[in-house]
Design a protein. Structure first.
Length: 174
Protein backbone atom coordinates (compact mmCIF):
# COMPACT_ATOMS: atom_id res chain seq x y z
CA UNK A 1 0.00 0.00 0.00
CA UNK A 2 2.85 2.40 0.76
CA UNK A 3 4.42 1.67 -2.62
CA UNK A 4 1.21 2.65 -4.41
CA UNK A 5 0.89 5.81 -2.28
CA UNK A 6 4.54 6.70 -3.03
CA UNK A 7 4.01 6.12 -6.76
CA UNK A 8 0.91 8.33 -6.94
CA UNK A 9 2.55 10.82 -4.59
CA UNK A 10 5.53 11.19 -6.92
CA UNK A 11 3.26 11.39 -9.94
CA UNK A 12 0.92 14.04 -8.53
CA UNK A 13 3.17 15.69 -5.91
CA UNK A 14 0.51 14.91 -3.32
CA UNK A 15 0.02 17.10 -0.26
CA UNK A 16 -3.18 18.34 1.43
CA UNK A 17 -2.71 22.04 0.55
CA UNK A 18 -1.62 21.31 -3.01
CA UNK A 19 -4.62 19.00 -3.38
CA UNK A 20 -7.03 21.69 -2.24
CA UNK A 21 -5.46 24.20 -4.63
CA UNK A 22 -5.66 21.77 -7.55
CA UNK A 23 -9.26 20.93 -6.70
CA UNK A 24 -10.16 24.63 -6.68
CA UNK A 25 -8.32 25.18 -9.97
CA UNK A 26 -10.11 22.18 -11.50
CA UNK A 27 -13.50 23.57 -10.50
CA UNK A 28 -12.47 26.92 -12.00
CA UNK A 29 -11.41 25.30 -15.27
CA UNK A 30 -14.68 23.36 -15.48
CA UNK A 31 -16.65 26.56 -14.82
CA UNK A 32 -14.73 28.52 -17.48
CA UNK A 33 -15.08 25.71 -20.04
CA UNK A 34 -18.82 25.46 -19.30
CA UNK A 35 -19.18 29.20 -19.83
CA UNK A 36 -17.21 29.03 -23.10
CA UNK A 37 -19.35 26.09 -24.25
CA UNK A 38 -22.54 27.98 -23.45
CA UNK A 39 -21.33 31.11 -25.28
CA UNK A 40 -20.19 29.15 -28.33
CA UNK A 41 -23.49 27.27 -28.60
CA UNK A 42 -25.41 30.55 -28.32
CA UNK A 43 -23.35 32.03 -31.16
CA UNK A 44 -23.94 28.93 -33.28
CA UNK A 45 -27.68 29.04 -32.55
CA UNK A 46 -27.90 32.70 -33.59
CA UNK A 47 -25.69 32.58 -36.69
CA UNK A 48 -26.53 29.20 -38.23
CA UNK A 49 -30.07 28.80 -39.53
CA UNK A 50 -29.89 25.24 -40.90
CA UNK A 51 -30.95 22.79 -38.17
CA UNK A 52 -28.57 20.08 -39.38
CA UNK A 53 -25.59 22.45 -39.33
CA UNK A 54 -26.64 23.72 -35.89
CA UNK A 55 -26.59 20.15 -34.58
CA UNK A 56 -23.19 19.38 -36.10
CA UNK A 57 -21.73 22.66 -34.86
CA UNK A 58 -23.03 22.10 -31.34
CA UNK A 59 -21.52 18.60 -31.32
CA UNK A 60 -18.17 19.96 -32.51
CA UNK A 61 -18.21 22.66 -29.82
CA UNK A 62 -19.08 20.08 -27.16
CA UNK A 63 -16.25 17.75 -28.20
CA UNK A 64 -13.72 20.58 -28.43
CA UNK A 65 -14.54 22.07 -25.02
CA UNK A 66 -14.50 18.64 -23.38
CA UNK A 67 -11.10 17.71 -24.82
CA UNK A 68 -9.52 21.08 -23.98
CA UNK A 69 -11.00 21.04 -20.48
CA UNK A 70 -9.89 17.46 -19.84
CA UNK A 71 -6.34 18.24 -20.98
CA UNK A 72 -6.12 21.35 -18.78
CA UNK A 73 -7.46 19.52 -15.73
CA UNK A 74 -5.16 16.55 -16.37
CA UNK A 75 -2.20 18.90 -16.62
CA UNK A 76 -3.12 20.39 -13.24
CA UNK A 77 -3.16 16.99 -11.56
CA UNK A 78 -0.34 15.13 -13.30
CA UNK A 79 3.08 16.74 -13.32
CA UNK A 80 4.51 14.30 -15.88
CA UNK A 81 1.96 15.37 -18.49
CA UNK A 82 4.34 17.89 -20.09
CA UNK A 83 6.33 15.07 -21.66
CA UNK A 84 3.06 13.42 -22.68
CA UNK A 85 2.02 16.67 -24.35
CA UNK A 86 5.26 16.69 -26.32
CA UNK A 87 4.71 13.08 -27.36
CA UNK A 88 1.11 13.79 -28.42
CA UNK A 89 2.25 16.82 -30.42
CA UNK A 90 4.82 14.75 -32.30
CA UNK A 91 2.30 11.96 -32.82
CA UNK A 92 -0.24 14.43 -34.21
CA UNK A 93 2.33 15.87 -36.61
CA UNK A 94 3.26 12.38 -37.82
CA UNK A 95 -0.41 11.47 -38.33
CA UNK A 96 -1.02 14.71 -40.23
CA UNK A 97 1.80 13.85 -42.62
CA UNK A 98 0.70 10.21 -42.99
CA UNK A 99 -2.97 11.10 -43.49
CA UNK A 100 -2.43 14.14 -45.69
CA UNK A 101 -4.79 13.08 -48.49
CA UNK A 102 -7.80 12.27 -46.26
CA UNK A 103 -7.24 15.53 -44.37
CA UNK A 104 -7.10 17.52 -47.63
CA UNK A 105 -10.27 15.72 -48.81
CA UNK A 106 -12.02 16.61 -45.56
CA UNK A 107 -10.92 20.24 -45.95
CA UNK A 108 -12.22 20.14 -49.54
CA UNK A 109 -15.59 18.87 -48.26
CA UNK A 110 -15.77 21.76 -45.78
CA UNK A 111 -14.96 24.15 -48.65
CA UNK A 112 -17.73 22.61 -50.76
CA UNK A 113 -20.24 22.84 -47.91
CA UNK A 114 -19.48 26.45 -46.91
CA UNK A 115 -18.52 28.14 -50.19
CA UNK A 116 -20.76 26.06 -52.47
CA UNK A 117 -18.84 26.46 -55.76
CA UNK A 118 -21.26 23.86 -57.12
CA UNK A 119 -24.21 21.79 -55.90
CA UNK A 120 -25.82 18.47 -56.70
CA UNK A 121 -27.35 18.77 -60.19
CA UNK A 122 -24.82 21.31 -61.53
CA UNK A 123 -22.80 20.53 -64.65
CA UNK A 124 -19.13 21.14 -63.93
CA UNK A 125 -15.68 20.55 -65.30
CA UNK A 126 -12.81 19.95 -62.92
CA UNK A 127 -9.51 19.42 -64.67
CA UNK A 128 -10.23 17.18 -67.70
CA UNK A 129 -13.35 15.62 -66.16
CA UNK A 130 -16.80 16.93 -67.13
CA UNK A 131 -20.13 15.81 -65.77
CA UNK A 132 -23.22 16.38 -63.70
CA UNK A 133 -22.76 16.34 -59.91
CA UNK A 134 -24.91 13.52 -58.53
CA UNK A 135 -23.55 13.10 -54.98
CA UNK A 136 -21.35 14.94 -52.46
CA UNK A 137 -19.78 13.04 -49.56
CA UNK A 138 -17.15 13.74 -46.94
CA UNK A 139 -14.16 12.48 -48.93
CA UNK A 140 -15.42 12.55 -52.53
CA UNK A 141 -18.09 13.79 -54.87
CA UNK A 142 -19.55 11.85 -57.80
CA UNK A 143 -20.07 13.00 -61.37
CA UNK A 144 -22.14 11.44 -64.12
CA UNK A 145 -19.63 11.80 -66.93
CA UNK A 146 -20.55 13.57 -70.17
CA UNK A 147 -18.90 13.84 -73.57
CA UNK A 148 -15.89 11.54 -73.19
CA UNK A 149 -17.01 8.69 -75.48
CA UNK A 150 -19.77 10.64 -77.15
CA UNK A 151 -19.23 13.67 -79.37
CA UNK A 152 -22.08 15.59 -77.71
CA UNK A 153 -22.92 16.71 -74.18
CA UNK A 154 -24.67 13.44 -73.44
CA UNK A 155 -24.05 11.15 -70.52
CA UNK A 156 -21.65 8.28 -71.10
CA UNK A 157 -23.24 6.35 -68.25
CA UNK A 158 -20.05 6.26 -66.21
CA UNK A 159 -19.97 7.57 -62.65
CA UNK A 160 -16.67 9.19 -61.73
CA UNK A 161 -15.75 9.58 -58.05
CA UNK A 162 -13.55 12.66 -57.59
CA UNK A 163 -11.63 13.26 -54.34
CA UNK A 164 -12.74 16.51 -52.66
CA UNK A 165 -9.13 17.68 -52.40
CA UNK A 166 -9.13 18.12 -56.17
CA UNK A 167 -11.08 21.39 -55.75
CA UNK A 168 -7.86 22.89 -54.35
CA UNK A 169 -5.54 21.50 -57.06
CA UNK A 170 -7.54 21.68 -60.29
CA UNK A 171 -9.36 24.55 -62.03
CA UNK A 172 -13.17 24.32 -61.93
CA UNK A 173 -15.80 25.49 -64.35
CA UNK A 174 -19.50 25.50 -63.55
Amino acid sequence: MDTIREFFGSLTQWSPTATQLRLLQSVGVIAVMSLLHWLATRVVHRRVTDVRMQYQSRKAVTYATFVVGALVVARLWFVGLQSLSTFLGLLTAALAIALQDPIVNLAGWLFLIWRRPFRVGDRIQIGDIRGDVIDMRIFQFSLLEIGNWVNADQSTGRVIHVPNGKVFREPQAS
